[in-house]
Design a protein around this ligand. Structure first.
Ligand SMILES: N[C@@H](CCC(=O)N[C@@H](CS)C(=O)NCC(=O)O)C(=O)O
Length: 231
């Protein structure tokens, strides 16, 4: 049986079943992506609740696995060659787990390249831009009177949603079959209600994105991921 005691994180978040994938997360959009994939694949896993408080994400135990002090992170006790593998960064985790399960990564080499293209688009574009927009629209408050950060991020969010809308023309999912690209993108689209930003980004003018996000959250795994691990 795998011994995970060499991972210092297990001192603060003890492992019940070391044969299972260990997920260290919180149900934010970046956390939901990986929980959704784990639910979709049926890979056995154990979820540990790591809040965004410094006492958790900046603890030495958490930093030992995720030096960027951000959720999600995993330990796969049965990694390549049978050795345990620790990973952080949701995009890397999605690709690793999809490869391990042999699911949701595209059927051909070309499909796989397109799936990864859209995962990268989410990681470098949609996620960071919606996150910054949410900060300036919902949280920054009166202390920041300069309208430019808000305008910049709202404009980028609107542009990126337009790109996605175009890519979804005539398609159910962004890269062909349902894939980790949709699991990366869907949870971020789910933040727009919370930010109260739908009117700002021209939501009602989008032809395809509203139906896409509804389709995504109709999936039981996507729905379940919104509460894994429970808040
Ligand atoms: N690029 C990272 C971003 C992860 C991320 O931003 N996580 C946030 C929650 S959604 C977090 O852990 N924040 C805690 C902090 O920054 O202190 C990924 O995709 O895994």
């Amino acid at each position: 049986m795998a011994d995970l005691s060499a991972f210092p994180i297990t001192a603060k978040w003890p492992v019940s079943d070391p044969t299972r994938i260990q997920l260290f997360s919180y149900p934010t959009p970046n956390g939901q992506k990986v929980s959704c994939l784990l639910e979709e694949t049926g890979l056995p896993y154990e979820a540990h609740r790591v809040t965004l408080a410094d006492a958790d994400v900046r603890s030495p135990e958490f930093l030992s696995l995720s030096p960027n002090n951000k959720i999600p992170a995993i330990i796969d006790p049965d990694g390549p060659g049978g050795a345990p593998l620790g990973l952080f960064e949701s995009g890397a985790i999605l690709i690793y787990l999809a490869e391990k399960a042999g699911m949701f990564l595209g059927a051909t080499a070309a499909d796989r390249a397109r799936v990864i293209q859209w995962v990268m688009w989410q990681m470098g574009g949609l996620g960071p831009m919606l996150g910054q927009m949410g900060y300036f629209v919902k949280f920054a408050g009166k202390d920041i009177e300069d309208p430019r950060p808000r305008e910049r991020f709202v404009g980028e969010a609107r542009r990126l949603l337009g790109v996605l809308d175009g890519a979804l023309e005539g398609r159910e999912w962004v890269a062909g079959d349902y894939s980790i690209a949709d699991m990366a993108i869907g949870p971020w689209l789910g933040t727009l209600d919370f930010y109260g930003a739908k009117p700002l980004v021209g939501w009602d003018d989008l032809r395809n994105v509203p139906g896409y996000v509804d389709r995504f959250f109709e999936r039981p795994a996507a729905q379940a991921a919104r509460n894994i691990p429970p808040r």
